[in-house]
Each structure stands twice: as structure tokens, then as C-alpha cells.
Ligand binder design. Structure first.
Ligand SMILES: [Cu+2]
Length: 247
């Protein structure tokens, strides 16, 4: 009788403490089912060649040989255009990118869906294009648009040298002001998985000089302050990006 009772008691004690101990434990995180963050990557090319800085090796649509010494810009309001029942998904940003040290940017969770393309601002929405609207980081301070010219921020600074009558000459394609904000359209369908992945934007710098205006660096190597030149650059930048999703 003793021999049969003791193991039963021991089992009861074990179950009691075992159960109560288990109840005190925090619920372990369900790591396999937590979605990984998606990333945003910006790649820079000149008609398919990866961008290399400081070398007079590119030729634009106007036939001018040029180099790139400096390239920084903002991106914002990336709208993924839903298809097949998926609603649009807007990723607001803004994101500051310096092409010389572009890193992948964390987008957080990107939901699963089917998309037919995207639109994006190469710059900042009007609500943020106000002096002091962005945090006072060194990058943002360096992107400031002068208050006497309306304030806010440069949307893009694209600088380099070009051959003007066989003489290397500097150029600075600076664009700012709300009326010259490029709205970029990226066509092409893609499907996001809802778990990680990378939205890869590719910026083709030759498009800045190509369509709909063949931009001649010889007739305007410093765009800032020229409504006509900034208008051309705004229009040309509208189709300068392509987008793909890498699962
Ligand atoms: Cu400027």
C-alpha cells in the first residue's frame, strides 16, 4: 500500500510545482513566425554601369562627357500601387541618401501583396520642405535651401565635372522648392512576401539629362536659382528610377 501511494504523491508534487513553475515563465517569443523587417536599397547606375565617382567616363544624352563627384538626395512618400485586390501601401520616409555611402534602410514590416508599380518623391513633401522641419543632423543642415530663396531643403545635389570645349568644368544640379519636386513613376509588377525582402530602387543618372528634355550642361551648369533649369530636371527625374523587389 505504501509502495503504491508514494509514487503517486511524488507525481502529484511534481505536477504541482512543474505546472506552477511553467505558469510563471514568460511566453517565449514565437521567433519563427515573426516577420523579418524589409529593407530599402538605392543603387546608382549610368545606363547600366554601376556608378564610379571622380572619373570623366560618362556621356549624357547631349553628348557631353561628365563625372560624378557628389550625390545626395531625399526620397519620400513611396506608394506601392496595389493590384489584384491589394490596397496601396504608402511608406512615408523621408529617407536621406548619400550615394557615396548608401546603406540599406530598415522599412519595418512590409505586408504581403501584389503590386503593379510605385510612385515616389525625389525630395520631400511640402509639409516637410520647411526650414527646421527635419532634425538638425549634419546631413539635413547641409541640405538646407537658403531662406532668402524660400527655405526648406535641397531635394537633390548632383555634382561633378564635364568637358566644356575640352576643359573640365564643374557642374551642380541642385533642385529644391515645392514646384520643382520630382514625382517619380516606376512601372513593373512585383509581389511582396510579407517576410523581409528588399525594395531595390535603381537611379539611372543619365535619365537626369535625357527625357523629356535633353539637358545641355554647356548652357546651364548651375541649376540652383534657375526656374527653367530646375523645371527640366524635375521632369527628367520623373522616370529616372526603376524598382524591383528582392525576396
Ligand atoms: Cu544648392
Amino acid at each position: 500500500m505504501r509502495n503504491r501511494f508514494l509514487p503517486t504523491l511524488a507525481t502529484c508534487i511534481f505536477l504541482f510545482f512543474g505546472t506552477s513553475c511553467r505558469q510563471d515563465e514568460p511566453v517565449p517569443p514565437a521567433s519563427p513566425s515573426s516577420p523579418a523587417p524589409a529593407m530599402l536599397r538605392v543603387a546608382y547606375v549610368v545606363d547600366g554601369q554601376p556608378l564610379a565617382f571622380d572619373t570623366l567616363m560618362y556621356t549624357n544624352e547631349g553628348g557631353t562627357v561628365y563625372s560624378v563627384t557628389h550625390l545626395e538626395h531625399y526620397l519620400s512618400e513611396l506608394v506601392l500601387i496595389g493590384s489584384g485586390g491589394t490596397p496601396n501601401d504608402t511608406l512615408h520616409g523621408p529617407w536621406y541618401v548619400n550615394a557615396a555611402n548608401a546603406v540599406d534602410l530598415d522599412l519595418g514590416t512590409l505586408r504581403a501583396g501584389q503590386y503593379s508599380g510605385a510612385t515616389m518623391l525625389l525630395g520631400l513633401p511640402p509639409a516637410l520642405n520647411v526650414t527646421g522641419a527635419l532634425p538638425n543632423t549634419l546631413a539635413n543642415i547641409n541640405m538646407a535651401w537658403p531662406d532668402p530663396m524660400g527655405g526648406g531643403y535641397h531635394f537633390i545635389k548632383f555634382e561633378g565635372h564635364f568637358m566644356a570645349a575640352e576643359v573640365p568644368t564643374g557642374f551642380a544640379m541642385h533642385v529644391g522648392k515645392n514646384e520643382f519636386l520630382p514625382v517619380c513613376t516606376m512601372l513593373g509588377s512585383f509581389t511582396t512576401t510579407g517576410n523581409g525582402g528588399t525594395l531595390k530602387l535603381t537611379f539611372n543618372l543619365n535619365e537626369v539629362f535625357r527625357t523629356p528634355h535633353i539637358y545641355d550642361l554647356n548652357s546651364g551648369n548651375y541649376s540652383m536659382g534657375s526656374m527653367a533649369l530646375m523645371g527640366q530636371l524635375r521632369d527628367n527625374c520623373a522616370n529616372a528610377f526603376t524598382l524591383e523587389y528582392l525576396p
